[in-house]
Design a protein around this ligand. Structure first.
Ligand SMILES: [Cu+2]
Length: 214
């Protein structure tokens, strides 16, 4: 190997090492052989929580075998919806029974506790990981999904409902409707139809007037 190649390889290894070190710095990440847990929170209270009100453990299996009951999905989870109390400590054990990597990722958590608003468990194929987070004090629905490319579209999409929640999220596998987002369409169609007929009526009236004059 030439000196140039060794030099380039060394620079590459050093930069990837420092990128990883930075990632570890920005996100509180515990790492082991079977995957990792990012932004774990076992004791920092969200605003509005005076104490931890309850503790709950949930176990989630990720496996293709859970994709059989719902048409059109490839990857599945043992559950797609979890009800939890506000200000409660939730310990999630994520067991991946497939041979590809999967994630159990929550979004929009308070950013002062969870960098990028995210709590994230990742388990390699055939491995499991356990992580803990504390739910905020407000009633709200949070998206839970797998962030591997296309896995959410392939079925790994759920919701965690804190307290009374804030309304169902669309397209939760086997639970809520895919077409929820498209429900605004008919309103606009009706609006455009009415507009088009008014325009047509005015145009027609003007043309008739012109014809009479001529
Ligand atoms: Cu996945």
């Amino acid at each position: 190997m030439s000196y140039l190649k060794i030099f380039i390889l060394t620079i590459f290894l050093l930069s990837s090492f420092s990128a990883r070190a930075q990632m570890n710095h920005h996100h509180d990440m515990s790492d082991n052989n079977g995957g990792f847990v990012m932004n774990e929170n076992i004791d920092r209270l969200p605003n509005g929580c005076e104490a931890i009100r309850s503790e709950k453990s949930i176990t989630v299996y990720a496996s293709k075998k859970y994709a059989t009951g719902v048409p059109g999905i490839v990857y599945g989870m043992s559950d797609y919806e979890w009800n939890v109390e506000p200000c409660s400590k939730i310990t999630v054990t994520f067991i991946n029974e497939d041979n590809v990597r999967h994630m159990w990722m929550i979004h929009e958590l308070p950013k002062y506790l969870y960098p990028a608003g995210m709590f994230h468990i990742e388990a390699l194929g055939g491995k499991s990981q356990t992580g803990t987070f504390i739910t905020p004090s407000e009633d709200k629905n949070y998206l839970v999904h797998c962030d591997m490319s296309q896995h959410m579209e392939m079925g790994m999409r759920g919701q965690i409902i804190v307290g009374k929640g804030s309304g169902d999220l669309w397209s939760v596998t086997g639970i809520t409707d895919h077409l929820y987002r498209a429900s605004y369409l008919p309103q606009y169609i009706i609006f455009f139809c009415v507009l088009a007929s008014i325009f047509g009526f005015i145009l027609n009236a003007k043309l008739v007037k012109k014809e009479r004059k001529g």
